[in-house]
Design a binder for this molecule. Sequence first.
Ligand SMILES: Nc1ncnc2c1ncn2[C@@H]1O[C@H](COP(=O)(O)OP(=O)(O)O)[C@@H](O)[C@H]1O
Ligand SMILES: N[C@@H](CCOP(=O)(O)O)C(=O)O
Length: 319
Amino acid sequence: MQLGADRVVVRVPATSANLGPGFDALGLALGLHDEIEVDLLASDEISVEVVGEGAGQVPDGEEHLVVRALRHTLELAGAPLTGLRMRCTNRIPHGRGLGSSAAAVVSGIVAARGLLADPQALDVTAMLGIATEFEGHPDNAAPALRGGATVAWSGPHGPRAVDLEVDPRVTATVLVPDTRLSTSRARGVLPAQVPHADAAFTAGRAALLVEALARRPELLLDATEDRIHQDYRAEVMAGTAELVRALRTEGFAATVSGAGPTVLVLAAERQTAGLDRLLADLVDGMAGWRAWRPGIDVTGAVCRSGSMDQAFGTVAGRA
Ligand SMILES: Nc1ncnc2c1ncn2[C@@H]1O[C@H](COP(=O)(O)OP(=O)(O)O)[C@@H](O)[C@H]1O
Ligand SMILES: N[C@@H](CCOP(=O)(O)O)C(=O)O
């Protein structure tokens, strides 16, 4: 396949995975975005400028995660990359459980698609498959691509995802510490097996969560219970575990966001005033933590290439 454009601009949302019981399956896109501008070069130079999160920390060349995903996608499409100049404006904090690595990978894949002469050749399912090769699990990549809430799974034909309904009364609040924890470390403390009773309990809650998100926010507290990953992870995120416990005791549906250490609180709109009062007590006394309510992103990844805009989420109509 041929390249068609020489410049793309891509925007991808942060994501909160698991939502409690939906380990490696459920995810929600948040209104906090990374943006990249990519210009192809005729030479083989790779130059990366990073502004915001990760500046001075992530690689500035071939090893940059966005470049790796972009190059890999173009190779798969049969249109190998020569060189590029890329500017990244990063707003998603790294190593906090807000899907920064998935956003980077999805940015690279979506940018590569936008550079192709025939972008339609790469559909959302194919992009999810490539993202999952990098991430190892599809739960962040699916909402990063599609926006809203998704359930993703891997079957004989590779990763797939479907969109879930989200009641407009549902709000998402994140409590983000200034300390990082890599996803691989937080996966490393999980056991190879869990008791059958805990698996059964958690599967039931994940099923209930689909209904709670769609139209029964009053069920969110019960529906976000989990027994297969959060307790095991408490040893590497004590402050997170304590916050989740304190919030749940007060009736709020708090979970570990992704692999942590951020806390996600799902609440019905009418609960948010009470939540804010509680957070003023809890979080304001905890050095290094900040709380914010970024909104739920329903647009997913957006790509501008030439005069064409393409989005993969609910606003633009899903591909
Ligand atoms: N925008 C980005 N550009 C380059 N690398 C990134 C970017 N975002 C994340 N990464 C890489 O991914 C790592 C964080 O990934 P991970 O441990 O999975 O945490 P997270 O929960 O933030 O996805 C960062 O330390 C960095 O190496
Ligand atoms: N299901 C994964 C999700 C990781 O999300 P991240 O935002 O922390 O990368 C897990 O729980 O390990």
